[in-house]
Design a binder for this molecule. Structure first.
Ligand SMILES: *Cc1c(COP(=O)(O)O)cnc(C)c1O
Length: 238
């Protein structure tokens, strides 16, 4: 039955080995299971194998799963591109948002966060390889953005997130960690989170200081892009 449970065990072992190799505490690294395009049943299977944090990229697809699974104590993370007209549903249904890169989006998320919920935990997405037409701020924009986010009452700025180019992600992870260090010093904020590393590069991400690795394929198997969730029109490219 549970390929997913076996895969989770293996990914946890990999995280532990990479942490020990980097002289880090394995418990300082959280595993975010990326469940985009997977059915609610796959999330439930992983949940019953003790996984609690799940990442979703596509809002409509995510909202259906969140509703279906609202009897479970899942911590939902939004890790997809954010259109400003979608901020209300994100602010209402997620605990974390990893992909904030604009003041306007941050302001809306803060305004729309329901008062009975804990502050929304956010990461600033950095376009660390300065790729054209890719989400994320530049390295130079990071400090003013972090300072602006820190002023917003219903958000808690936790750190940085990046999706580097695959071929030399190792140096990109190191640059993101250096930026985190610089921002901590300049802002005085704790910024304890580095969201970086996926199925293929979690080792170098952990070596560079990742505190959240976002893993889809290594847990749930290869994504079949032709069978994306039925309510999601556009085909995921990643
Ligand atoms: C899809 C995705 C992941 C997971 O990628 P895998 O290669 O399947 O592990 C991680 N982060 C983001 C932002 C994603 O979109």
């Amino acid at each position: 039955m549970s390929k997913i449970a076996d895969n989770l065990t293996q990914v946890r072992q990999r995280i532990q080995q990479c942490a020990l190799a980097a002289h880090r505490d394995p418990y300082s690294i959280d595993l975010l299971a990326v469940s985009k395009t997977r059915p609610a049943s796959a999330v439930e299977t992983a949940y019953h194998a003790q996984q609690r944090d799940f990442g979703e990229n596509y809002l409509q697809e995510a909202l259906q799963k969140i509703e279906r699974l609202n009897h479970l104590e899942i911590v939902w993370h939004f890790i997809g591109p954010i259109q400003s007209n979608k901020t209300r549903a994100i602010a209402e249904h997620f605990c974390w948002v990893h992909t904030v890169d604009r003041v306007k989006v941050a302001q809306r998320l803060s305004q729309q966060r329901p008062p009975h919920l804990a502050p929304l935990q956010i990461c600033l997405q950095v376009n660390i390889d300065e790729e054209k037409s890719k989400a994320g701020c530049t390295v130079n924009q990071a400090l003013p953005l972090i300072r602006a986010f820190a002023e917003l009452p219903n958000l808690r700025i936790r750190g940085l997130m990046a999706i580097p180019l695959p071929h030399n992600s190792e140096t990109a992870f190191q640059r993101l960690a250096q930026l985190q260090h610089h921002l901590r010093k300049e802002s005085g904020l704790a910024l304890d989170t580095l969201s970086m590393g996926m199925s293929d590069d979690l080792g170098p991400a952990i070596a560079a200081g990742a505190t959240i690795v976002r893993v889809g394929t290594a847990i749930f198997g290869a994504r079949d892009n032709r069978q994306s969730a039925p309510d999601h029109g556009a085909m995921p490219t990643n």
